[in-house]
Ligand binder design. Structure first.
Ligand code: GTP
Ligand code: MG
Length: 139
């Protein structure tokens, strides 16, 4: 079964949206395999967002992601990578329709509430960065 890495970003943790975001994926029918509240180091964010190194928004992205705790999760389900991205909505909340997570809870690109893996390769890489295999519950 397909797995993805989802992360409630510091803005949404601060705003008390962890439960609301988890509820969306539970209601959809996906299965939570692991989840933890954690603060992340510069090194971990830099590895996680390595593809964006050198872009104009990179420094702001790193400082935002380390500004407070995140809630990191592994979820499982059929076609979950693609469906979770649809449920999140586009990166830019101005383009995200109501009904999507970013459409309902975000207004700004650099405070866009949630991260989700964009491919199977990203998902397995990101799950490995944030979790030990032993932390994933088989149920
Ligand atoms: P993630 O799920 O967080 O990876 O978002 P994404 O896959 O929808 O977008 P992408 O990986 O391209 O960018 C990662 C993050 O960098 C985004 O979520 C934004 O917060 C930020 N970002 C991307 N592009 C821009 C941009 O043009 N301007 C600004 N300010 N931030 C950007
Ligand atoms: Mg991305």
């Amino acid at each position: 079964m397909e797995k993805t890495f989802l992360m409630v970003k510091p803005d949404a943790v601060q705003r008390g949206l962890i439960g609301t975001i988890i509820a969306r994926f539970e209601s959809k029918g996906f299965k939570l395999l692991a989840g933890k509240l954690m603060t992340i180091s510069d090194t971990l964010v830099q590895k996680h967002y390595a593809e964006h190194q050198g872009k104009p928004f990179y420094a702001d992205l790193v400082s935002f992601m380390t500004s407070g705790p995140v809630f990191a999760m592994v979820w499982e389900g059929e076609d979950i990578i693609q469906i979770a991205r649809l449920m999140m909505g586009p990166t830019d909340p101005k383009k995200a329709l109501p009904g999507t997570i970013r459409g309902d809870f975000a207004t700004r690109m650099n405070r866009n509430v949630i991260h989700g893996s964009d491919s199977a390769e990203s998902a397995s890489r990101e799950i490995g960065l944030f979790f030990d295999n032993s932390e994933l519950i088989d149920w």
